[in-house]
Design a protein around this ligand. Structure first.
Ligand code: FES
Length: 244
């Protein structure tokens, strides 16, 4: 475990693209200047990038009354562990859900009492839904969400396709309203998942054949012909063959 960080540790392995949520940085500085005393940060997936930036700004401004709740699938997919441990000892709580919904962190004890505090949340939809649920009783101006990622217009153009599971030879239909992950689950295939919005990297699956329509924010172009995030990406070809 990295010293100063609650939770499990490993060297960060996740790669990031883009730079989201920076608009919140301006707001947090204004809130600090206006006298708000406590900041709660909730981050997941690539949301850690702007949250880390905010924390560094606060630290540089001499503010220490903040804590990060960093919710990730596992240590392997958790970025910036060493930086968080080195720069923010005692101010970071990391929770891994191992891709299981029933292992999600209970944030109610954290957000039960609003007091004179602010919440800034940036991450996958599942995390933002969770924080929203737990902070419904807070003053709306004290809770800030920054979303990123998936283009809703693209999602409106879903087409059906087949997935061929190479190991079993099974062929499955993916309808317009379904994801590959939905169909795999329905048919008894266990694929790890966490964000289910193409941002955490948990559901990475080897693509053996076919042309994927990549909608995630994890894969780099060099990986597009051999990998697919099955929670969100679809197919340009009539069929995709997966290493499952
Ligand atoms: S479950 Fe997070 S990228 Fe698919």
């Amino acid at each position: 475990m990295a010293p100063g960080v609650e939770g499990q540790s490993a060297w960060p392995m996740m790669s990031f693209r883009g730079n989201c949520c920076q608009s919140a940085l301006h707001g947090i500085i204004l809130n600090f200047l206006s006298g708000q005393k406590v900041f709660f940060f909730a981050a997941g997936g690539i949301g850690i990038t702007p949250i880390l930036s905010m924390m560094r700004h606060l630290k540089n401004a001499g503010v220490s009354a903040f804590k990060l709740y960093y919710l990730t699938r596992d240590a392997k997919s958790t970025a910036f562990l060493k930086e968080l441990a080195d720069e923010f000892p005692g101010q970071v709580k990391i929770h891994h859900d191992n891709g299981e919904r029933d292992q999600a962190m209970d944030l109610w004890p954290v957000f039960e009492k609003p007091a004179n505090s602010y919440i800034y949340c940036c991450g996958p939809k599942g995390l933002m839904d969770l924080v929203q649920d737990m902070s419904g009783h807070w003053p709306s101006g004290n809770v800030h969400f920054e979303s990123f990622g998936v283009n809703a217009k693209v999602n409106a153009e879903n087409k059906p396709f087949k997935v061929h599971l190479a190991k079993s030879g099974v062929r499955l239909e993916v309808a317009e309203h379904e994801t590959i992950l939905d169909v795999l689950r329905t048919n008894g295939q266990r694929v790890p998942s966490s964000c289910e919005s193409g941002t955490c990297g948990s559901c990475r699956t080897r693509l053996l054949k076919g042309e994927a329509e990549h909608r995630d924010m994890v894969l780099v172009p060099e990986e597009h012909s051999t990998q697919i995030m099955v929670c969100i990406s679809r197919s340009k070809s009539p069929e995709l063959t997966l290493d499952l």
